[in-house]
Design a binder for this molecule. Structure first.
Ligand SMILES: [Zn+2]
Length: 219
């Protein structure tokens, strides 16, 4: 793996100011803390050169609006068990193909915000996106019959945005709502119309991966 975790690769216009006071973070933040406890989001000394990993986002624009606006955990917040409002960033414009994001917040958005944006831009039914790092799921991508982006496409690039948009057209991903990024070590993305459903999909897939590994080990 030659890429460095956590480096922002897109063009970012960021305004340093608090996110909209009407945005509630209680739902997104509770799920994020749970995923932290499962070490699917976190910062662990001997993984990814000690960089934080995993991020979570929620669409915030009104159903009648065509914008892609969402809140997302800030860059390098992986190591913090429980985030507060200052740790979220509000993406107010995203153009994955032009590699460009505009945001406001007391910290810049996650380095993987562009990949979240390409999922949201597919259709309005997608309300939440979660990116975790899970070696068990990632290593069993084939056995779990998961969709995946190719090993030569790195995270946070326009190539990834194009690949994600292609993958999202497939019936398999429409059904599974979770995929591996083989060009991003241990990288998994899940999405759906609901935060709880997205998180539970990851946790259930994690369980299946653990079960596969245990079966291989003990049978
Ligand atoms: Zn990642």
């Amino acid at each position: 793996m030659t890429e460095t975790e956590g480096v922002i690769k897109y063009r970012l216009d960021h305004q340093d100011q608090p996110i909209d006071k009407n945005i509630s973070i209680s739902e997104i933040n509770a799920w994020r803390t749970l995923l932290f406890k499962l070490q699917l989001i976190g910062q662990i000394e001997n993984r990814y050169e000690g960089y934080g990993f995993g991020n979570i986002s929620q669409r915030i624009n009104r159903p009648d609006s065509d914008d892609t606006q969402f809140i997302i955990s800030g860059t390098q917040t992986g190591g913090i068990e429980s985030l507060s409002r200052q740790h979220y960033s509000q993406v107010i414009m995203a153009n994955p193909l032009k590699n460009h994001i505009r945001s406001i917040g007391e910290m810049p958005p996650s380095s993987e915000a562009l990949t979240h944006a390409s999922v949201y831009q597919q259709d309005k039914a997608k309300q939440t996106v979660i990116h975790v790092h899970c070696p068990e799921i990632w290593n069993n991508t084939q056995q779990l019959s998961l969709c995946f982006t190719s090993a030569d496409i790195a995270y946070g690039t326009p190539e990834m945005a194009i690949e994600v948009q292609r993958l999202l057209q497939t019936e398999k991903l429409k059904a599974k709502k979770i995929f591996s990024m083989l060009g991003h070590k241990d990288g998994i993305i899940a999405f759906s119309d609901n935060m709880g459903k997205t998180a539970c999909n990851i946790i259930k897939t994690f369980k299946k991966a653990v079960q596969l590994e245990q079966t291989a080990l003990y049978s």
